[in-house]
Design a protein around this ligand. Structure first.
Ligand code: TRP
Ligand code: ZN
Length: 866
């Protein structure tokens, strides 16, 4: 058996070498045609002046080479070598101009990397290494060039021709085609190149930057979808304004184009001046997008726009630094949402994602540092760790430095590396310089994998009225403890905050201490009784807190703590205890705490809904050495039923009280009312009295928003209520013309945890809706099934696993990134019970000879490593 190690080299950060050749300028001409596009490239190449001239190596994959010349002289076959990975030219004396012409076949490109066709239009996706599927080039982020691009295509089929930068010229040609010329004055690496050609419409608005630059902002989509682009356009303008106000960053071109693509592997892409989006992060109206979708769209629009500085103007030296742009940009988009909406709720949502994805990733075989030391396929490192934990590391810098010094540091970083390629060290050095702080220990955060644990011991001595807190950190390397900003507070019996600086600590500022050693001891004197400690307000560090709180203490924390995140966290802990330690009195405490919140008319309903939610199976999993899936699922179902019975009257009262406000409007208050009302509906539907589904059906037919319609449909399906088939038919019919809304009901169906679920999914795979080339559709059907349908996917007889394992090789041949991501749903398999483990051990091993891509092979190898 060949192993991955034999076929795919491991690429190591330690082996980094600067590029031997630079590209000063790139001129690209495209003769666009889905069946055969020719790309003519003229590259002004320069050797590194500080080294002897090296042979030239250009990346290139699946390119048919038609012409090659240096300085106008065609090369003879012996003067270059062309293989599966690129082009090699041995003897070059110095700066020169390389001319190549290649042919590519966009319509055959199902990987959606490079130039591809989506619903008749042409799109590119070049990050991370897709540009080499377009033309020969040093396809690495530390080679930046100024690009001039000419696009030529049939005018009728491709009336819109877009690329990066500013439009220069456009015109007709004698043969029924037309052309457009684009110039991007900002040097950029090849992964930020983009073009779009198609029959698209736009919505448009002017924006004037704080520097006085007039910008035309356009959002493009197919004609049928353009009416659903207004929200995205508004979000773009908000992002542009916010980045000026909060970070002093202005836009730097005369146009900013954003285009929706129905076939797109990831969320969206920050190509300079031409962001390309998965249509699901653009198209929205009250009838086709949920409240969550609206927030996600604004956040992704912001994310890609913010990359214009954190990613494009200052890019990466190498792909190991990926989190330098992604972690920083996620931090920026999180702050954008927090500033525009509710900071407390945003933090809860982000921490929920961090814990349910990133902590879980860290607890399994796919764990890696925020800056990995090696990889085989960089596509596999666009992970929760690089994005979400990466954002937490930037957030900790912000916490340690404060807004003023952080902002000075970021400004200095952008100024120092503008137009260049940076490393994590560069960012941290700028922050150290701006604050005068030593951040060398802090750098360890990028290098150590795993979620650090902080073990807390309390000791109260009534005789001396002294209270001792011992904090021990357990990270990946006991020899190299981390520098951890730890927020903390103490409360007295009356729920008042005890304001006293602990004797042993120079707190950075009130409520924040910094851990640097493996053990840290804190003492408080003059206390009549043991205080109640609270830690990590706002989650001041991405760590696990290992503290033996009693249920009554958690319930008190949920009441007295002002920080919404800490309150939410206390409620979640209580729920976890109620689930995993049934012998404790956590259940009673949880019932009371939930009842109190549900009854509180002052509390924001969206916050109440967050607090009342019960952690899902995977939230619970990262704490557990063994995963008894059946037991966890059953315990969770039993708890939800118990809560429903206990809260029946209040739930019903709140349901009706919220109805007036919840029914329409996209404002935050209406959305908040909907979120709690839908939670009430979900919970009430577990009661025997609701078995006829009348409430849920009325909720469905009376819905004025997709949020409510989809919530009701979910309840009807998941609880198997009588009106479910009728409602499903109505929903499917209403949205039959729209792929994104179709994805929504398909995902609900695939997630339905009922007998027969497997047949339902099998029927979907055999039916007209299955489109294995469309990543959104694959995620809607197979992703939802594997991640959400716990009883069916994890069926004890292994039939759920078998269904997915059969599809993975098929998908791998179509789109390796999609297949590799689906494969990662097995990241917990070694912690399963022996029966499921045996099935998966066999199933995963059997996959090996059927996989073709480096992406899937790398994930499989890591899943199977002992
Ligand atoms: N840079 C993109 C972002 O985070 C991510 C992305 C889009 C991507 N498309 C991709 C990553 C394809 C890898 C492959 O905003
Ligand atoms: Zn990004």
């Amino acid at each position: 058996m060949t192993t991955v190690a034999e076929t795919d080299p491991e690429i190591r950060l330690a082996d980094y070498q600067p590029p031997p050749w630079r590209v000063r300028h790139a001129r690209l001409e495209f003769d666009l045609d889905p069946a055969a596009t020719t790309v003519t490239a003229t590259l002004a190449l320069e050797p590194d002046p500080d080294r002897p001239v090296q042979p030239l190596r250009l990346d290139g994959e699946e390119l048919e080479l038609l012409e090659i010349a240096i300085d106008g002289r065609p090369l003879a076959p012996g003067e270059y070598r062309h293989d599966a990975t690129g082009l090699h030219i041995e003897r070059l004396s110095g700066a020169c101009e390389l001319h190549t012409v290649v042919r590519i076949v966009p319509q055959a490109n199902t990987r959606l990397e490079g130039l591809y066709v989506s619903r008749g239009a042409l799109f590119t996706q070049c990050e991370a290494e897709g540009f080499r599927r377009i033309t020969f080039f040093p396809d690495r982020p530390d080679v930046s060039a100024v690009f001039d691009v000419v696009l030529r295509a049939d005018r009728a089929r491709y009336p819109v021709l877009l690329s990066n930068g500013d439009p220069v010229e456009q015109g007709g040609m004698s043969d029924g085609r037309h052309f457009a010329r684009w110039h991007d004055p900002h040097p950029k690496p090849s992964y930020l190149f983009a073009l779009v050609a198609g029959d698209l419409q736009r919505v448009s608005a002017p924006f004037t930057t704080m520097e006085g630059r007039r910008v035309e902002v356009n959002v493009w989509a197919e004609a049928a979808d353009v009416a659903r682009c207004e929200y995205a356009l508004g979000a773009t303008l908000r992002a542009m304004e916010w980045d000026e106000r909060r970070f002093g960053r202005a836009y730097d071109l005369s146009v900013f184009n954003i285009v929706a693509a129905q076939d797109f592997t990831m969320g969206a892409m920050e190509n300079k001046g031409l962001n390309i989006f998965n249509a699901r992060y653009i198209l929205a109206d009250i009838d086709t997008a949920t409240d969550e979708d609206f927030l996600a769209i604004e956040s992704v629009i912001g994310h890609e726009y913010f990359h214009n500085w954190s990613g494009d103007r200052v890019t990466l030296r190498d792909w190991f630094q990926l989190s330098l742009k992604e972690g920083l940009t996620v931090f920026r988009d999180q702050e954008f949402t927090a500033d525009l909406h509710s900071r407390g709720l945003k933090r809860i949502e982000d921490v929920r994602v961090l814990k349910s994805r990133q902590f879980v990733e860290d607890a399994g075989p796919l764990s890696h540092p925020v800056r990995p030391a090696s990889y085989r396929e960089i596509n596999n490192f666009y992970t929760a760790t690089v994005y979400e934990k990466g954002a937490e590391l930037v957030r900790m810098l912000h916490t340690l430095l404060g807004e003023g010094a952080f902002r000075r540091g970021l400004d200095a970083y952008f100024a120092a590396h503008d137009g260049g390629a940076a490393t994590v060290e560069d960012l941290v050095a700028a922050m150290a310089q701006a604050s005068g702080r030593d951040l060398s220990q802090f750098l360890r955060w990028w290098e150590q994998p795993g979620t650090p644990r902080i073990e807390v011991h309390e000791d109260f001595d009534p005789a001396s009225c002294s209270y001792t807190l011992t904090l021990r950190q357990h990270g990946a390397d006991p020899q190299k403890p981390l520098h951890i900003p730890l927020a903390l507070a103490f409360y007295d019996a009356a729920g008042q905050r005890i304001v006293r600086v602990p004797e042993t600590d120079a707190a950075t500022r009130p409520g924040l201490i910094e851990l640097r050693d493996s053990e840290h001891v804190l003492r408080l004197h003059g206390l009549a009784e043991k205080p109640l400690p609270a830690f990590l307000q706002g989650l001041s560090a991405p760590v696990r807190l290992d503290m033996a709180y009693r249920p009554d203490e958690l319930a008190r924390l949920a009441q007295v703590e002002p920080d919404p995140l800490t309150r939410w966290e206390a409620m979640q802990r209580l729920a976890r205890m109620a689930l995993l330690e049934p012998a404790s009195d956590a259940l009673d405490a949880l019932l009371q705490a939930q009842a109190a919140l549900l009854d509180d008319p002052q509390a924001n309903p969206a916050f109440v809904a967050e607090c009342l939610a019960i952690p899902d199976v995977w939230d619970l999993s990262s704490d557990l050495a063994q995963l008894d899936i059946d037991a966890i699922w059953q315990a969770r179902e039993a708890l939800l039923e118990r809560l429903a019975r206990n809260q029946a009257r209040t739930l019903d009262a709140r349901y009706w009280a919220l109805s007036a406000q919840a029914l329409e409007g996209l404002d935050a208050a209406s959305a908040a009312a909907r979120s709690l009302r839908n939670l009430c509906l979900q919970r009430l539907s577990r009661l025997p009295a609701e078995i006829d589904g009348a409430r849920a059906y009325a909720h469905f037919t009376g819905a004025n928003t997709l949020t409510d319609r989809i919530a009701a449909l979910g309840v009807l399906l998941h609880r198997g209520l009588t009106p479910a088939p009728t409602a499903l038919r109505m929903f499917a019919q209403r949205h039959s013309g729209d792929a994104l809304t179709t994805d929504k009901w398909l995902a609900l169906l695939a997630s339905t945890p009922r007998a027969g679920a497997l047949d339902t999914v099998a029927a979907l795979l055999a039916g007209p809706h299955w489109q294995p080339t469309n990543p959104n559709r694959v995620r809607a059907v197979l992703g939802a099934f594997a991640r959400n349908n716990v009883p069916a996917f994890h069926r004890a007889d292994g039939a759920g696993y078998a269904l997915l394992l059969k599809q993975i090789p098929v998908l791998d041949a179509i789109n390796p990134q999609v297949a590799a991501r689906l494969l990662s749903v097995f990241e917990h398999w070694r912690r399963f019970d022996p029966g499921r483990r045996a099935q998966l051990s066999r199933g995963l091993q059997a996959l090996h000879p059927q996989l073709r891509s480096r992406d899937s092979h790398e994930v499989l190898a890591r899943l199977l490593q002992p």
